[in-house]
Design a protein around this ligand. Structure first.
Ligand code: IPM
Ligand code: MN
Length: 363
């Protein structure tokens, strides 16, 4: 199968972790006889430096014309402490999500048995915790207008807006996920305060009748933040709006032991994008020390969601588990005797190359 992938390495550690993901994608493609075609585009600070636009038209056209996008990370400290910066790298990511219509960000939270000791939570709390957070990605306070400053500069405002159709489509997706899993759906909102949250609740309630097998619960976001660390195993599928989802998934990701582990898939109207949950980690950029596993696992999600190639995805996950078991991991996991970013990528690609495929579908 021919697969056309747009590669957007982005900023900070983006390029080096994406390199490892590509080693893995190549190895899997050789193994299964697929033919990958890569095209690389500029996004984020790199794109601002090049042409002043963090998501140039050319990059958008590449994305539109491909089967999947592999994305590294975005963000550069040069812009963070300059409140007057006209354009920020993050704007590129938001523009990409909006223009590709990526309304759903799927973030699977899984634990790895060999990493349980790294979790900030007690082992018995995290062992076996496994849920999916579905974050609305193109609406809410991230995109609502008006947004800005008063003329005298002393007042600033953001607007949280949700239309019913935006809530409906993401909730349907969440119900579909719940139906394929343990059939429990938790909606996280702030309906005791926010009008948008009340519309979310109303819309979910209307849809719930179509999915009688799914147990639905509603939870305020402050309570959810607490429950995620108190008893993560209670969750199966969480659906929530854009900003709550952003915050809760960072929280959820560290209970697995390292923020460097979790992948995500953004899906919607056009080409899907696969990217790590973590950011651009500028302090580590170029040092070959960043954990590439979230990017590698994002490639696994790409095989699964964009190409319905489940064996390929499974083989990547098995390779990751092997590297964890063997202790060939970066310094966020193994500070005493760390492997380099590129060594982890080489090991994974090599393991996949040598894997016995008859066993690949197992587990
Ligand atoms: C994420 C990031 C982005 C977000 C930033 C970089 C704009 O934190 O993908 O979670 O807030 O959505
Ligand atoms: Mn985030």
């Amino acid at each position: 199968m021919k697969i056309k992938i747009t590669v957007l390495p982005g900023d900070g550690i983006g390029p080096e972790i994406i390199d490892q993901a590509l080693k893995v994608v190549n190895s899997v493609c050789i193994k299964f006889g697929h033919e990958p075609v890569y095209r690389t585009g500029l996004v984020g600070a790199a794109a601002i430096d090049d042409c002043g636009d963090p998501y140039p038209e050319e990059t958008h056209n590449l994305c539109m014309d491909s089967d999947a996008v592999l994305f590294g990370a975005i963000g550069d400290p040069r812009f963070d402490n300059d409140p007057k910066a006209k354009v920020r790298p993050e704007k590129g990511l938001l523009a990409m999500r909006k223009k590709l219509g990526l309304y759903a960000n799927i973030r699977p939270i899984m634990t790895f048995s060999s990493l349980l000791h790294k979790s900030p939570l007690r082992q018995d709390l995290v062992e076996g915790a496994e849920f999916i957070a579905i974050r609305e990605l193109t609406g809410g306070i991230y995109f609502g207008r008006p947004q800005g400053r008063s003329e005298d500069g002393d007042t600033a405002y953001d607007t949280c807006i949700y239309h019913k159709y935006e809530i409906e489509r993401i909730c349907r997706l969440a119900f579909d996920f719940a139906m394929k899993r343990r059939r429990k759906l938790t909606m996280v909102d702030k309906a005791n305060v926010l009008a948008t949250s009340r519309l979310w609740r109303e819309t979910l309630q209307e849809l719930a009748g179509e999915y009688p097998e799914v147990e639905v619960e509603y939870m305020f976001v402050d309570n959810a933040a607490m429950q995620i660390i108190q008893w993560p195993k209670r969750f199966d599928v969480i659906v929530t709006e854009n900003m709550f989802g952003d915050i809760l998934t960072d929280e959820a990701s560290v209970i697995t032991g390292s923020l460097g582990m979790l992948p995500s898939a953004s899906i919607g109207l056009h080409t899907s994008v696969f990217e790590p949950v973590h950011g651009s980690y500028p302090q580590a950029a170029g040092k070959n020390i960043a954990n590439p596993l979230a990017a590698v696992l994002s490639a696994a999600l790409m095989f699964e969601y964009a190409f319905s190639l489940h064996k390929e995805a499974m083989l990547i996950r098995q390779a990751v588990e092997q590297s964890l078991l063997a202790g060939i991991v970066t310094e966020d996991i193994e500070p005493m005797n760390p492997a380099k970013t590129s060594e982890v990528g080489d090991l994974l690609a090599d393991w996949i190359e040598k894997a016995n495929l008859s066993g690949a579908g197992r587990k």
